[in-house]
Design a protein around this ligand. Structure first.
Ligand SMILES: Nc1ncnc2c1ncn2[C@@H]1O[C@H](COP(=O)(O)OP(=O)(O)OP(=O)(O)O)[C@@H](O)[C@H]1O
Ligand SMILES: [Mg+2]
Length: 505
């Protein structure tokens, strides 16, 4: 036994730790209650000092030691294993009785012994795990041989990935995309403003995935072998899209809508091509020339972008959506673009996907046959204010469109929007404000996990989603290792199925 329970209540259990043990925050331990024929799971949320006898004894002893230190005299402490100890404060996670997991509604017996959990204890978790594998279960710093994955059915209910810089967000997304490539059941759109997903920036990227040829499609403004050229037609850009990128006065907004109602899908091209006096003539004196001149400057900025084309036919949007509908990962490398171009690309794609799915929604059979689509955005706090991304967060679930918001600063996202996100990946988060907002919106109680979140190392995380028995601690796979294991699995499968094993020779 590594400890014995001393007391408290159903919300918090405290045990005395055996002197020899070194228990860490975040570890999940088991109280093996033979009397109740149950095992209770306890998560260590804090650790404190304890000593037998009066508190003054400790103060006095430390004083004596310091005194003897100064004199460089030797000393020992009698029965220190017996008198000194640590106290672990735990959050009860629940208990298993007769093979069923229950929420923590009862207490383990007095002085119940505590031990470390083994793999068999965690087997019950397997039925809560989904098909999109992320990593292994973690207890404190230790990895446990139980695979952790989230159910793909939750994709339309939105995913948030939160971590301070360098804690492993992009690695997690690469692992996530890899797992969906393995299943082929989900359409994942990744917008990559840093150009780090494809070739991996030194490590491995999505192009090294063993299934990349079949399951990955890449678009970029600078195409090369295996990469398609990203093109957007000016006709695809709506007035609302522009409104999400630039700020406009009321008069300018009115002019934009007037342009749209006059020219329809041609509004941007017309605004770009016509002279200001032509425009004021068409719209009478209703709209001032100064208004048009501001709008024209914006239109020129957009039209001068290399990815925007004046031709209605020239666009990659449809092929992008078809690839998503075929259950592929579509990577859009926007690293060579200005921020407004990157935003415009993601906004146009997001809106087109939502609208297309809305249309399909009316035809039950067709709608049934399309896979859930996930739109992934880095630095999501930039786009999750108003506009299309906020709209998807609110209504996407009905239309099988989910958002994956990756951010270092969840506190910059409105609480109301954050609460639409059902699955949270919480990695190390240094800022208290960021942790607090997540506490309020997570689908499991993480209020006592403050210290654990603070002390998470790179690649360690907590996952919360509806139906999970508790916030699941995970050690996320390192992408490079993960794809190697996928490759090995494929080789073994090929060999077992009697095909020639290319790698063998
Ligand atoms: N699961 C993991 N296991 C081991 N190491 C990891 C893991 N995840 C990330 N790392 C290491 O941490 C580094 C940073 O990871 P990553 O680029 O994913 O962080 P990030 O949160 O996306 O950072 P940024 O905020 O700069 O985008 C990686 O290069 C890798 O070496
Ligand atoms: Mg990153």
């Amino acid at each position: 036994m590594i400890g014995r329970i001393i007391g408290r209540n159903v919300g918090e259990i405290v045990f005395r730790q055996s002197y020899k043990e070194d228990i860490k925050i975040g570890e999940i331990l088991v109280a093996d209650d033979k009397e109740k024929n149950s095992i209770f799971f306890l998560r260590v949320v804090d650790i404190q000092y304890g000593q037998e006898g009066a508190e003054k004894w400790g103060i006095k002893t430390a004083g004596d030691m310091l005194f003897l230190d100064e004199k460089e005299e030797k000393y020992g402490l009698r029965e220190k294993e017996r008198r000194l100890f640590k106290i672990c404060i735990c959050k009860p996670l629940g208990y298993i009785k007769n093979g069923r997991f229950h929420k923590p509604k009862t207490l383990p017996s007095h002085f119940c012994g505590i031990r470390r959990a083994d793999e068999n204890d965690y087997r019950f978790l397997e039925k809560y795990m989904g098909d999109i594998e992320i990593g292994f279960l973690r207890s404190g710093e230790k990895e446990i041989d139980v695979r952790v994955g989230i159910p793909g059915d939750f994709i339309p209910y939105h995913i948030g990935v939160f971590a301070t810089t360098g804690m492993g967000k992009s690695n997690l997304m690469r692992v996530f995309a890899s797992s969906t490539m393995k299943t082929g059941r989900y359409g994942i759109l990744i917008i990559d403003p840093h150009g780090e997903y494809y070739d991996g920036n030194g490590g491995k990227g999505l192009k090294h995935h063993p299934l990349a040829d079949e399951q990955l499609v890449v678009y970029s403004p600078n195409p090369s072998f295996g990469i398609n050229r990203l093109k957007i037609s000016a006709y695809e850009i709506g007035v609302a899209d522009i409104g999400d990128i630039f700020s406009f006065s009321e008069a300018q907004k009115e002019a934009l809508y007037a342009l749209h109602s006059k020219f329809g899908r041609r509004w941007l091209v017309e605004l770009y091509q016509r002279e200001i006096n032509e425009l004021t003539e068409i719209f009478g004196k209703r709209i001032q020339d100064i208004t048009f001149s501001v709008l024209k400057r914006r239109a020129e900025r957009i039209m001068n972008s290399d990815i925007i084309h004046k031709d209605d036919e020239v666009s990659t949007t449809e092929s992008i959506i078809n690839n998503l509908y075929s259950g592929k990962v579509v990577l859009i490398d926007t690293s060579g673009l200005y921020e407004y171009e990157e935003l415009l690309t993601s906004i146009v794609l997001a809106r087109t996907i939502l609208n297309k799915n809305k249309k399909l929604f009316r035809d039950k059979d067709k709608f049934f046959s399309i896979p859930p689509i996930l739109i992934t955005v880095e630095e999501a706090q930039r786009v999750l204010k108003n506009g299309i991304f906020a709209q998807i967060a609110r209504e996407g679930r009905k239309f099988k469109v989910g958002l994956c918001a990756i951010t270092q600063q969840p506190k910059l996202i409105k609480e109301e929007l954050l609460s639409q996100f059902n699955t949270f990946f919480i990695l190390g988060l240094a800022d208290e404000g960021d942790r607090n907002i997540l506490k309020a919106s997570a689908k499991q109680d993480i209020s006592k996990l403050e210290k654990e979140i603070q002390t998470l190392e790179v690649g360690e995380g907590l996952i919360t989603y509806p139906g999970a028995p508790f916030a699941i601690p995970v050690k996320i796979h390192l992408y490079d290792d993960y794809i190697r294991s996928i490759e090995n699995e494929r080789v073994v499968k090929k060999t077992l199925s009697g095909e020639v094993d290319d790698n063998f020779y």
